[in-house]
Design a protein. Structure first.
Length: 162
């Protein structure tokens, strides 16, 4: 075996050993996409066995920065076939922020490697309707308190002849 081949094999083994894995301390991953499962008919029409369709891309998000577009089919993630939308989104969240994910997409009938997508931290979930109502009520209380203070200041000002 040539020396170059041995060095390459050692390098590859080192890369695989040091490849980041989902750590408990890492924030959940986010790629900035919404995906939907493909039906068997859609898979047949696209010429794929499995995959998901990108139905939304967050502008400026990790997928957008790698030119992944709405309508693309994601067929492989980390060199594994994409089984379903739930499977892909679970893997992304589990791999965590900062993870470099290898992604393959199909666009216009041609499969290509989108590259290594650096996952971002998942944004916080939107507030629930109850949280929104509480925030509105708190703002209304603050407005009432400020209105009372303004009225008191106007009253003092008018008594002083201003």
């Amino acid at each position: 075996m040539s020396r170059a081949l041995v060095v390459f094999a050692l390098f590859l083994a080192l890369v695989l050993l040091l490849k980041p894995t989902a750590a408990a301390s890492r924030a959940p991953g986010w790629m900035g996409i919404v995906v939907a499962d493909l039906t068997p008919d859609q898979c047949s029409a696209a010429g794929v066995k499995r995959g998901v369709q990108v139905v939304e891309v967050e502008p400026g998000g990790p997928a957008d920065r790698k030119d992944i577009e709405e309508g693309d089919l994601i067929t492989r993630y980390e060199d594994q076939p994409v089984r379903s939308a739930a499977w892909l989104m679970g893997r992304i969240r589990r791999d965590g922020a900062g993870f470099l994910a290898s992604v393959h997409v199909m666009r216009d009938g041609k499969e290509s490697w989108a590259g290594l997508v650096t996952l971002a931290a998942a944004p916080p979930p939107p507030p629930s309707p109850a949280e929104i109502e509480e925030r509105i009520a708190a703002l209304e209380r603050e407005i009432d308190a400020l209105s009372s203070r303004v009225a008191a200041l106007e009253n003092v000002s008018s008594k002083n002849g201003d």
